[in-house]
Write a protein that binds this ligand. Structure first.
Ligand SMILES: NC(=O)c1ccc[n+]([C@@H]2O[C@H](COP(=O)([O-])OP(=O)(O)OC[C@H]3O[C@@H](n4cnc5c(N)ncnc54)[C@H](OP(=O)(O)O)[C@@H]3O)[C@@H](O)[C@H]2O)c1
Length: 261
């Protein structure tokens, strides 16, 4: 039997690398996407050796239209049709918005939102035509409230959550799935890249591992859920934010973010 093909963006590190490992272990072949080709090659070798997966390495900078076009072309290809797209690549910026270089904020929107929308679009057309497949879009618990000092980041993730929830409903009856994954604090390179220097101020119990996040995500995806928030604490935080006025949640979010950087 042919192995299904999964495309994972941001597969060179963190949650994306774990998605690639877990999907290969479940019997998928992979297309791994990120900028760092050497890390993708190393991951591909491991996945071939440990799981017998066929792995295509597709280096691309998804902040650029050329990079996105490369992945769109792979998603549209009829040879080796893609069964699952995990839109995971993303980064955050931290600080008072007016002090941050605006080009970095726009790059963040280009990666977290524009690339994700384009790749979701490229994947869904062929999937709906075939009557099966799915997309997992990685958001954040930061999506659930305006977040001072991560204003652009949280807004990009609010977009991802709203967009993916809506598409989940549109796809009802097509055989194709869309799920939003909203992790909380997860041990990856994310916080170093975001130049968050005071991570240790967050207590250990709030953190999850990429393995925990991806295990929850794939379980929820298999059940056809619209949303996966991994971890009890993150579920409580999201429910709290959903039930309180923005004036309260933004103050609390600002205190948490300020403490961490
Ligand atoms: N860690 C957390 O606490 C946390 C919490 C909530 C949500 N998330 C979300 O989870 C997702 C994965 O983040 P992570 O925590 O695993 O972070 P990470 O360890 O920093 O990994 C980020 C991945 O994205 C890739 N990437 C970054 N810029 C890219 C670009 N321009 N083009 C293509 N790929 C790019 C990176 O690879 P290259 O550098 O090789 O390109 C890397 O593979 C993100 O969407 C993030 O917002 C993370």
């Amino acid at each position: 039997m042919e192995r299904p093909v999964a495309v994972v963006t941001g597969a060179s590190a963190g949650i994306g690398a774990e998605f690639a490992r877990a999907l290969a272990a479940r019997g998928s072949d992979l297309v791994v996407v990120a900028r760092n080709e050497q890390r993708l090659d190393e991951l591909a070798t491991t996945l071939r050796d440990e799981h017998g997966a066929t792995v295509e390495v597709l280096p691309a900078d998804l902040e650029t239209s050329d990079g996105v076009a490369k992945v769109e072309a792979r998603l549209a290809a009829s040879a080796g049709p893609v069964e699952l797209l995990v839109n995971n690549a993303g980064f955050g910026t931290n600080g008072s918005f007016h002090t941050l270089p605006v080009d970095g904020e726009v790059a963040e929107i280009n990666l977290n939102v524009v690339a994700l929308v384009r790749l979701t679009h490229a994947a869904l057309g062929p999937m709906v035509g075939r009557g099966h497949g799915g997309v997992i879009n990685v958001s954040s618990v930061g999506a659930y409230q305006p977040t001072p000092y991560s204003a652009t980041y949280a807004a990009t993730k609010a977009f991802v959550s709203s967009f993916t929830n809506a598409i989940h409903e549109e796809l009802d009856g097509t055989g194709v799935k869309a799920m939003v994954l909203a992790p909380g604090f997860t041990h990856t390179e994310f916080h170093v890249r975001a130049k968050i220097e005071n991570n240790d101020s967050m207590p250990g119990f709030v953190w999850q591992t990429p393995e925990e996040v991806v295990t929850s995500a794939l379980k929820a995806y298999d059940k056809g859920r619209a949303v996966c928030i991994p971890g009890a604490l993150n579920n409580v935080a999201a429910a709290f934010s959903g039930s309180m006025p923005a004036g309260v949640t933004r103050k609390i979010a600002g205190m948490v973010t300020k403490r961490a950087y």
